[in-house]
Design a protein around this ligand. Structure first.
Ligand code: ADP
Length: 227
């Protein structure tokens, strides 16, 4: 669950990036976050990850009150969140398998768990046949699916996808959102930032529109994918 109560962010220099935001995303929700460049979308995401602190107001994420969260507890918060970036951020010298396994190795997960969990999440994104490939051997869409497997491997409560289709062929973009929808159907909360109006219109659902640091609207719209 993500909750913003009266949250403002003023950056050094006086930029009023977010202004008195109230927002609640319940467990199991899927929401698109849209808005023009500079509207405050990245700031919203950075608040959820506690990369930025609010100037006023309170942010709660997955049971953590971020205002009172000790610095040493921040990694614990972040382990409840999987993040997918526009530029994939895979490690080029590691295979698909190792890119995903790496997340579990750094937290000292048991070998046995790694050996069962990693192939499972790679299969969820349909890349079992590419497990031994390197990122440079994959298409943009496939690389983003690896990034999605990596975000999922630690079984997070929340997935944040920051413009995940920005570097992908439009036809393959829908597959990525379909995967996110499938992950959401299994109970994971998904927050997807996007510029792509076609995608939002196609899938529909909850749309949070940020404009100049405020929520311009937060509504559920019907998708156009039925017909
Ligand atoms: P978006 O992700 O929607 O493009 P951002 O959250 O990145 O918007 O930015 C919101 C506003 O805050 C913009 O005016 C931007 O220039 C400003 N901003 C973002 N990060 C910083 C920073 N570290 N220091 C100062 N201003 C910033």
């Amino acid at each position: 669950m993500v909750e913003f109560k009266n949250v403002s962010v003023v950056y050094p220099g006086g930029v009023d990036a977010l202004h008195r935001i109230n927002l609640k995303i319940n467990d199991g929700d899927f929401a698109f976050v849209v808005g023009s460049s500079g509207a405050g979308k990245s700031t919203l995401i950075k608040l959820i990850l506690k990369e930025v602190n609010p100037t006023e107001g309170e942010v709660c994420v997955n049971g953590y009150n971020l205002s009172t969260l000790k610095k040493r507890k921040i990694p614990e918060l972040r382990r409840t969140i999987g993040v997918v970036f526009q530029d994939f951020r895979l490690i080029p010298t590691m295979t698909v398998y190792d890119n995903v396994a790496f997340v579990l190795r750094v937290i000292d997960a048991p070998q046995k768990y790694i050996r069962s969990r990693v192939p499972y999440v790679i299969s969820l994104v349909g890349l079992t046949h590419k497990a031994k490939a390197y990122p440079s051997d994959l298409s943009g869409g496939e690389q983003q699916r690896v990034a999605l497997a990596r975000a999922l491997v630690n079984d997070p409560q929340l997935i944040i996808a920051d413009e995940p289709t920005g570097n992908i062929d439009p036809a393959l973009s829908y597959e990525i959102v379909d995967l996110l929808k499938g992950i959401n159907a299994c109970g994971t909360t998904v927050l997807m930032v996007t510029h792509e109006h076609d995608i939002v219109r196609h899938f529909g659902g909850r749309i949070i529109n940020i404009n100049a640091g405020t929520i311009a609207f937060d509504e559920v719209i019907g998708g156009g994918n039925e017909g």
